[in-house]
Write a protein that binds this ligand. Sequence first.
Ligand code: BG6
Length: 370
Amino acid sequence: EKGGWPSFMDKEIHEDPEAVGNTLIGRFNTAGDIVLDEVRIALEDFKSIDKIIVVACGTASYAGMVAKYAIEHWVRIPVEIELAHEFRYRDPILTPRTLVVAISQSGETMDTLMALRHAREQGSRVLAICNTQGSTIPRESDAVLYTHAGPEIAVASTKAFVAQVVAAYMLGLYLAQIKGTMFPDEIRGIVAQLKAMPAKIQWVLDTQCETVDKAAKRMLNAHSFLFLGRHVGYPVAMEGALKLKEIAYTFTEGFAAGELKHGPIALVDEGEPVVVIVPSARGRNTLHNKVISGIEEVKARGAFTIVVAEEGDPDAERYADVVFWRPICPTLLSPLVDVVPLQLFAMDMANLKGYDVDKPRNLAKSVTVE
Ligand code: BG6
């Protein structure tokens, strides 16, 4: 039931904090070590994993892209992301030391299921990150990490995305723990930062809704949107673009901010809305400065800029037409908060256009055909 909310999507976005908090619960044994839900892989085999390939579709694939940044940094093994439907048709390199991570909210997406079957036939192990207990994908996997987002009814995925990102972080920390690539204290430090994320997401929901709504009203007649981000902001840009496409039927393109000068800037002219995810301003690091100069570039060509930036970032205020603020948080964890205003923005745009935000045309919640 909608519990008083105008739509399931509205309700589910407001459950983002809970989805993150609940996905962290029950992940630790009495000694404080990270544990997975189901593991049918010997510890020695798990330790020997030397490559990860994430297979997923849609929103789940963007959760996988976020995982790449965190897991490569923490575990020092290569992580590839592959759209599940492309995977088995290109003769991927799979060995017993490859861990294939299948991410799926429903656990029934046929493209993802066929990819995991192919991986297992080739002798690789499969770990599922899934929101639906007992569904096909976890049943056919060698290990499972459930996201505890609760049932997601709206077709466009919101709370399941943040829960998938958390589960992927937990997988990274688990691998770091068993492979010894991080000190236990470092792992505990990140877990503590993760536990602080639900309150930060709540802050976004409590303070940014009005700004987001106003921005949607101003942008109602826009025909297209560009979304750009760098580092973990890149998958967030992709996901923000997907949300708006899915439910507001607006032509969007998400891309890595560094690509701007290699093509997409040709699309920018007077009034073109450009949404930019700006990394932390702390220390005014190179990453931050490079994204800010991207905003300057598009502004100089007349773009209307909507920016997601860290609270108090003076550069964001200077160059953006609208700012959605994020509270201070570690860069690797920032997708958990940065995606929230973009989910709200897509929902507001669709509502203002009079569309059914829960049941967008032509889409199904779970696609059980290839
Ligand atoms: C699509 C849904 O068909 O499948 C998306 O419309 C979803 O919202 C994608 O992200 C993947 O679904 P699942 O259940 O495998 O996460």
